[in-house]
Design a protein around this ligand. Structure first.
Ligand code: CP3
Length: 374
């Protein structure tokens, strides 16, 4: 520390003693924090014994669609690890369900949908009008979670991007390769755009329900953005995410600012797009407050390339949680914290979701390392 008169600049007040809720929102706004907030994509789920115990008794969809169970599963990782933010236990495919394309989860085959979207003739099978009614279980679950978290822990709502939803809907569920939506986009652009328009409207409606139920932030998962060529990304994915964010900002945020929340109308939006490292300008143009950085891109390069008023979330290699020792996880977490030292707006996370085989002691080592960072 310097002691000379030349450094008479008053020290910035250290943001100590923050709640997880405040720490997370400050970081999303690139304001100062005592240490980076931490939460993990897919923090709820199969890595936790308490989740597996519930799954013995209930199907995946029962957990998602029963508000008390979805709330319980959402809270499990927060209780165990003390994350700064919770993410609703749900799925991106509920938006397809809201449109009329139902899905279920099969332990052997992954996601199975009632039909696949092949061509223009299938557009009439998708209708957003019943979505709020069909997805009533989501705001109910969110209100239970919100009441349990109080002002201690932030609550994140989410949706898939139109492009990523289209990849699942075109295959009719999980697939080895997601080529059908690419075919639609490349061979029948008109139908792809009509589908993307319907999905954009459905995602907006789905996110507005979550905002009204009190979420503190939104994450948009564009997990399949990297299937596109960089030259295709903007037309297939980026522009629809941008439309969603601009609509949420103008409609919902305005009504929030004038309602009971008063001036506290901040609602950060995080965009996590996987494998789209040739599209930083398109991702910035979505209007996201925070960009998720996947594990295939060096965080130091993200820091160098991206403007400092945009938050950066990430990006520990997820497989370290299952394959490495707790010491390695701690060392790699420290390295990432050092890479971001002094840069406001770092939200510690993985570079994709928690693997089902993650070791509990490795998750604990990650969280402790972030919490002890000075
Ligand atoms: O992050 C969380 O803790 C919240 C819950 C959450 C789930 N899915 C629960 C889930 C979230 C945020 C999602 C998002 C999601 N769903 C994405 C985007 C994130 C990503 O990983 O890229 C995607 C692509 C889906 C679609 C989906 N859901 C697939 C492909 C599968 C089957 C493959 C798999 O991971 O098992 C699911 C099922 C699913 N969603 C499970 C969980 C916990 C597994 C269900 C179980 O075995 O109990």
């Amino acid at each position: 520390m310097q002691t000379s008169a030349a450094s008479a600049e008053p020290p910035r007040p250290a943001a100590t003693g923050l709640t997880g809720h405040r720490r997370f929102l400050n970081a999303c706004a690139c304001q100062s924090v005592d240490r980076p907030p931490v939460w993990l994509m897919r923090q709820a789920g199969r890595a936790l014994p308490e989740y597996r115990a519930l799954r013995q008794k209930h199907s995946f969809l029962e957990l998602v669609q029963t508000p008390e169970l979805a709330a319980e599963v959402t809270l499990q990782p927060v209780r165990r690890f003390g994350f700064d933010a919770a993410i609703l236990f749900s799925d991106i495919l509920v938006t397809a369900e809201g449109l009329g394309q139902k899905y279920r989860f099969d332990d052997n085959h992954g996601i199975r949908m009632d039909f696949s979207f092949h061509s223009a003739a299938d557009l009439s099978r998708l209708d957003a009008r019943a979505l709020p009614e069909r997805l009533q279980y989501i705001p109910r679950a969110l209100r239970l979670v919100k009441a349990a978290l109080g002002e201690q822990t932030a609550l994140i709502g989410f949706a898939g991007s139109p492009w990523t939803l289209a990849t699942f809907m075109a295959e009719g569920g999980s697939a080895e390769k997601y080529t059908r939506a690419l075919g639609l986009f490349r061979k029948d652009r008109k139908t792809y755009f009509e589908l993307a328009e319907k999905l954009t409207a459905a995602v907006i409606a789905h996110l507005q329900m979550q905002i009204q139920a009190g979420v503190d932030a939104i994450q948009i998962f564009d997990s399949h953005g990297g299937l596109l060529a960089p030259t295709e990304f903007q037309e297939a994915s980026g522009r629809w995410i941008r439309q969603i964010i601009s609509e949420l900002r103008t409609s919902t945020l305005r009504s929030r600012a004038t309602a009971e929340d008063g001036p506290n109308s901040e609602l950060p939006i995080i965009v996590f797009s996987f494998g789209t490292h040739g599209n930083w300008d398109d991702l910035l143009a979505t209007g996201a407050d925070v960009l998720g950085i996947d594990w295939r891109f060096p965080l130091a390069d993200a820091r160098r390339l991206l403007p400092c008023d945009v938050g950066l979330q990430g990006n520990l290699v997820p497989a370290l949680l299952s394959d490495a020792t707790a010491e390695t996880v701690a060392a790699e977490s420290s390295r990432l914290l050092e890479v971001m030292r002094g840069r406001n707006g770092h939200i510690f996370n993985l570079g994709h979701g928690v693997p089902p085989e993650a070791k509990l002691e490795n998750i604990a080592a990650l969280v402790e390392t972030v919490k002890n960072f000075k």
